[in-house]
Design a binder for this molecule. Structure first.
Ligand code: HEC
Length: 124
């Protein structure tokens, strides 16, 4: 019984560390050009999370020259990043955590950046 509790605790702590790590990677490498919900030089994480899967996001980070074309960009303006596998997973998890949750046809719940205060946004 104790083992199970320890295991659950371990997973819980680990996944919150992962979110922390993702935020750190974001602040170190991406923040200059991407914001979580607002358009900066690059698209916001919220938009990326809504339309891309994990593989596409990982591929874009490591080889933007090739992948930006596949994603539909005429020109590539993002530099490539050599991140460790852990950092790649952490940043990808962080980005996908911004995926908007669908409620009704024309409305989405935005849970980030405040997980406890979800706001409902009307789509244009
Ligand atoms: C120098 C500015 C710059 C930095 C730094 C940067 N990006 Fe980008 N990013 C862009 C631009 C601009 C685009 C739009 C595509 C293009 O022009 O190549 C983009 C596109 C993307 C896309 C694909 C968008 C889509 O359409 O789905 C992802 C994913 C992405 N960036 C992730 C990251 C991550 C993660 C980091 C940090 C490790 C990062 N970027 C750092 C400028 C940047």
């Amino acid at each position: 019984m104790n083992k199970i509790i320890y295991l659950l605790l371990f997973i819980l702590i680990n996944s919150s560390l992962m979110a922390e790590d993702g935020k750190k990677v974001f602040e170190t490498y991406c923040w200059g050009c991407h914001h979580q919900t607002a358009v900066a030089f690059g698209p916001p994480f919220e938009e990326i999370a809504a339309k891309r899967n994990v593989e596409e996001i990982r591929a874009m980070i490591t080889s933007p020259q090739e992948v930006s074309k596949i994603l539909g960009y005429a020109r590539n303006a993002m530099p490539a990043f050599q991140l460790s596998d852990e950092n790649l997973t952490a940043i990808t998890t962080y980005i996908t955590s911004y995926k908007p949750v669908k409620v009704e046809e024309n409305k989405t719940i935005i849970q980030n950046p405040y997980p406890n205060i979800a706001k409902i946004e009307e789509k244009k």
